[in-house]
Ligand binder design. Structure first.
Ligand code: FE2
Length: 366
């Protein structure tokens, strides 16, 4: 049913087209001025009208292209990373998955090293398959394994090295578009090799911070970004499993019926892991469909396990393991689980909430 709020308001204040008016507009142009009355609908629409469009990238298409890049493109100083950005078709050829977020598949061949550097932009890695790479963050080697979320917050030195004879691919998420559009980025080269080739199972940051409910007294000052280098799959999986078991026992635990979810947090604040990016993991029971919702800000999902679909603006898209999709601001979406369905998700919600633009609408009776 058409909703009159869906439409841009008609501009009823249109001046008469006269020679004097045309001369006025020419004067505006010469002085680099643009009047509000000719463009109000574009500048301040009734609700967000994103240029970014919903889009799905199939892992089965991405991975072979990343492998091909591994054969043709060396990794090293200058290019820095063999990372292939997901370019939203609505954003004019930029490797922006949304106006704020970057998402890429990164590929590191056997025994390769991606040199160390640091930048103001916040970054994370999520591993949908494979193992054998360590990310060295400010000198702390962090193992990368399936289901792990790794953080490299802004201005932390980081490099990657593959300790095995097999290649590995994962996804990177950053706030590159936000930083670029607001001119806040800084970048600095570090060591051409990673500064520590040790391959410990557990990083120093995890040894200090990853004991449930316990905070070291040496770390009582809150930090903007989480001090945890890796959030391990075994903990994520256990947390989601327990939510669904508690639900079966009739206890309040899930976010909605059949929908378990966790947010990765900074243990010093209880807030998001980084200042610009929220990371979450969602698990749906087989047969669950989430209510249709829309939110201010953009989100990117990657299927980790199981089979299901996303319904975006009424169109159902079947999804397989590794598939990524972006939900731009204020676009309607819901998830459908055919089997138990696991999805990693990241968004720009910390920006929207901190600046008081956040808004969510859930359709009832859906
Ligand atoms: Fe980087």
């Amino acid at each position: 049913m058409p909703d009159k709020n869906e439409d841009t308001p008609a501009n009823e204040m249109q001046p008469e087209d006269t020679l004097e008016l045309r001369a006025l507009y020419k004067g505006f142009e010469e002085q680099h001025l643009i009047p509000l009355w000719t463009q109000l609908g574009d500048l301040m629409p009734i609700h967000p009208k994103p240029r970014a469009v919903p889009h799905i990238w199939k892992w089965a298409e991405l991975l072979p292209l990343a492998e091909q890049s591994g054969e043709l493109v060396p990794v090293g100083r200058g290019g820095e990373r063999r990372a292939i950005g997901l370019a939203n078709p609505g954003l004019g050829g930029h490797a922006y998955v949304s106006p704020t977020l970057w998402a890429a598949i990164q590929y590191l061949g056997p025994r390769e090293t991606a040199p160390e550097h640091r930048h103001a932009q916040n970054a994370f890695r999520f591993v949908v398959e494979g193992e054998g790479v360590w990310t060295v963050v400010n000198g702390d080697p962090v193992r990368m394994s399936r289901g792990d979320l790794l953080l490299t917050p802004g201005w932390h030195f980081h490099g990657h090295h593959n300790d095995t004879d097999k290649p590995m691919a994962w996804i990177d998420g950053l706030d590159i578009p936000f930083a670029q559009q607001n001119d806040v980025g800084f970048f600095e080269f570090g060591s051409d090799r990673v500064t520590d080739y040790a391959t410990p199972r557990v990083s120093r940051g995890e040894r200090l911070w990853c004991h449930p409910g316990l905070r070291p007294l040496s770390g009582l000052s809150d930090t903007v970004s989480s001090p945890i280098g890796a959030y391990r799959w075994e903990h994520t999986d256990r947390a989601l499993t327990e939510q669904l078991l508690l639900e079966e026992e009739g206890q309040p635990a899930t976010v909605e019926q059949g929908h378990a979810a966790i947010r990765y947090v900074n243990p010093t604040t209880g807030g998001d892991v980084m200042s610009t990016i929220r990371c979450e993991f969602h698990r749906l029971r087989a047969g669950t469909q989430t209510p249709t919702r829309r939110e201010v800000g953009s989100s990117v999902f990657q299927v980790f396990e199981g089979e299901g679909a996303v319904v975006i603006d009424g169109v159902r898209h079947k999804l397989n393991i590794g598939d990524l999709f972006v939900i731009p601001s204020w676009v309607r979406w819901s998830l459908q689980a055919e089997t138990q369905f696991d999805l990693f998700c990241f968004s720009d919600a910390p920006i929207m909430e901190r600046l008081n633009f956040a808004r969510t609408h859930v359709e009832v009776g859906d």
